[in-house]
Ligand binder design. Sequence first.
Ligand code: PEP
Length: 261
Amino acid sequence: MRTPIVAGNWKMNGSRGAVEDLVSGIRDQLDAALIAEGPAAGQGKTQVILCPPAIYIPQVCAAVDGSALAVGAQNAAAQEKGAYTGEISPAFLADFGVHHVILGHSERRQLFNESDQLVAEKFALAQKLGLIPVLCVGETRAERESDQTIAVVTRQLQAVIDKVGVAAFGSAIVAYEPVWAIGTGLTATPEQAQEVHRNIRELISSQDASVGDGVRLLYGGSVKAANAEELFRCPDIDGGLIGGASLDPSEFVAICQAAVK
Ligand code: PEP
């Protein structure tokens, strides 16, 4: 049994006051007994990860202290240290108690020209420094309409496997996020999402069966309380990466509850 995960990607939103309200809203409403400390928590639990903008990470780490809520980052540099003005090293994230880092989000691939190779380098370094990557993959609307979905997702995933080896996915998470569903209000149907998740698991399993069986695969793309349960019921969907709805404590908590199996 794979312990589900719900991760909130706050993107570039927040202020000190809003961060305080958001974390305390989540802590107040989320039944602490449901939150898993780690991946082997078993039935009735879910891992919950909050991914604030980097500058708010210390504030969120302090605010979740004493709870089982985990803190993740939204991005990290491909270099550990040196003359890279403005970058945030994965070593800094580890130093601040961050355990997870989202890598290859479509906004980074599209708006900041992150290539499959760069994402693979970031993945390799983050893992080397003790972080758990949440690798995002997904196709654009044009790619889906031209029947390229599986080919695109396979290319994005295989680029990382080629760099780090499939065993690396024994301590990584994959998020399938169709680009056309992110922030648009459009959601993949459970059938569409399950088909891609199944292909992702099969790709990993074909190279290492036990890694494929254990890797957690999250769906992301306009997940809300109203559609979370039917998505999370799919056999290869192990939770969600949540954007907009993660900024609303009630919505986010309802999504976390929907993930508990
Ligand atoms: C995301 O940014 O990862 C995401 C899934 O956003 P939204 O839930 O708003 O579509």
